[in-house]
Write a protein that binds this ligand. Structure first.
Ligand code: SF4
Ligand code: SF4
Length: 480
């Protein structure tokens, strides 16, 4: 594995032809990123801590007996912010996913990859947990390079064993956490506490998940963002010159030149140093970058907007007594034209779509059917003659109560007239968050029925004595 080489100043166009962490012959260049520190790193750490706390605690928070967040695809149970969603609400889930996608599009077109730097679990786990552990065990990048290139001494064996054991243990915790979002935390603890032979599939899943997470964070790392993540790929279609992203102010920074003793002396004398920009070509912004790129080359596919280069450059600027912000959140047009940051027409159009979708989603959610009643004629049946001029049909009723409280139910025939409804099982009540099936028999005299043999029947559903809604079905009788 090759060590990443710092780009040559003469060769700073090479980034257009190759990825910073993959050599031309396809071999991986390992990124030994320097530890980042500074104002934005501090804020990112706060945000990450809150998100990590949420991620690890949410499966154990229960609201009205429901896990706060649950995405049980296997049993088709979904709970979002403590609100259960049933299969019948799937259109809402699809719309919600579309809404999230549009949110990402809107935010990317306005703020670039703000998701990647501040919110993405991959960046948070890698930068806030795994890399910090690596620094603690193996030291700074220089020490890491020495350790990796050195022979297998006792120290190297101990450090590598310790690091990978801790990495696997954390991957195991992450895998369990993700699984608790899918199968539920109660079910997960059942698997953990029961004898292993009772949950072979569950244990195999946990082990596989853990191995995948371990492989991603111990080896694959930034390659997930650069090669695998589709979001990184389509960002180039979403950003434009008005997108606010981590940007190098080339107008101020160029021409870059090392900060010499003479520069320092001239600065002390208060003289203006002509013919040079503010960038002192120290490469601190490159050495701190977790994807190994040089942000001075402009916005690039590999940049995850982690802000580490902003902090690194601000520290340098402070040391050389120049204003901070040579690398900052800015749009390309604000740097080239000195214009204030503004929204492009495209971003505004995305914003309108986002608002419309949000309004539709909220309206549909508020008006979603909380008591679902479906009446279907019993499979394999047609009609039964009760007397020589009246007929009976048997119906199956599917009931879903999406309220948390139980409900008393009542059914009445609205049309046609003169029908009789006889429940054949308990359809008079249903518990909160329950799904149940029932049966009923309906009898009509021939005089109320269509001569075609098929009559539309309308039932009124009453919920705790109050009319809820009508349900339609078809009644079968002989052709007359
Ligand atoms: S260029 Fe800067 S913001 Fe982008 S990934 Fe590298 S350090 Fe992070
Ligand atoms: S850290 Fe700042 S001064 Fe140093 S190379 Fe990067 S942009 Fe230039």
């Amino acid at each position: 594995m090759a060590i990443i080489e710092l780009p040559d100043i003469e060769d700073h166009e090479s980034f257009r032809n190759e990825l910073a962490s993959i050599s031309r012959d396809g071999r991986r260049k390992w990124v030994y990123a320097r530890k980042s520190s500074g104002k934005l790193t501090k804020y990112r750490t706060y945000v990450s801590n809150v998100l990590l706390l949420f991620l690890f605690l949410a499966p154990y928070i229960k609201i009205n007996g429901h896990q706060f967040m649950l995405f049980n695809i296997i049993e088709r149970k979904f709970v979002i912010f403590g609100i259960p969603f049933w299969t019948q609400d799937f259109y809402l889930a699809l719309l919600f996913m579309l809404f999230l996608l549009v949110t990402l599009v809107v935010f990317t077109s306005i703020f670039g990859r703000i998701w990647c730097g501040w919110l993405c679990p991959q960046t948070i786990f890698l930068e806030m947990i795994f890399r910090k552990i690596e620094f603690a065990i193996e030291g700074n990048p220089k020490q890491q390079i020495a350790l990796d290139n050195g022979t297998w001494t006792k120290e190297k064996i101990v450090k590598k064993t310790l690091k990978h054991t801790v990495f696997f243990a954390i991957s195991f915790i992450i895998a369990n956490t993700f699984l608790s979002y899918i199968i539920g935390s109660d079910q997960l603890w059942q698997i953990i506490l029961d004898p292993p032979q009772k949950h072979i599939v569950g244990l195999v899943s946990i082990t596989l998940f853990s191995m995948v997470f371990y492989a991603v964070f111990a080896r694959f790392r930034e390659q997930a963002c650069v090669i695998v993540c589709p979001y990184g790929r389509y960002q180039s279609a979403l950003v434009d010159a008005d997108t606010i992203a981590v940007t190098y102010d080339f107008k101020r920074g160029e021409p870059r030149r090392k900060f010499t003793k003479e520069d320092k002396e001239a600065q002390t004398r208060g003289e203006n140093i002509s013919g040079r920009g503010d960038c002192i070509d120290c490469h601190q912004c490159v050495t701190v970058c977790p994807t190994g790129i040089d942000i001075r080359n402009g916005i690039q596919l590999e940049c995850v907007n982690c802000t580490a280069c902003i902090d690194a450059c601000d520290e340098v600027m402070t040391k050389v007594k120049k204003p901070t912000g040579l690398i900052r959140y800015a749009s390309h047009s604000s740097i080239t034209d000195g214009k204030k940051v503004h929204l492009s027409t495209r971003s505004k159009a995305y914003g309108i779509v986002w608002f419309v979708l949000a309004a539709v989603l909220v309206t549909l959610f508020i008006n979603r059917e909380m008591l679902h009643v479906l009446v279907l004629r019993q499979k394999g049946t047609t009609f039964n003659a009760v007397t020589h001029n009246s007929y009976a049909n048997f119906f199956q009723i599917q009931l879903i109560n999406k309220y948390n409280e139980s409900k008393k139910l009542n059914f009445e025939i609205v049309s046609p007239k003169n029908g009789t409804l006889k429940p054949l099982s308990d359809i008079k009540s249903i518990n909160g968050q329950q799904e149940k099936e029932g049966r009923m028999m309906v009898i009509f005299p021939q005089s109320s029925l269509s001569t075609t043999g098929s009559t539309e029947v309308v039932f009124a559903v009453y919920e705790n004595g109050k009319f809820a809604h009508n349900v339609k079905t078809t009644f079968i009788s002989p052709h007359k």
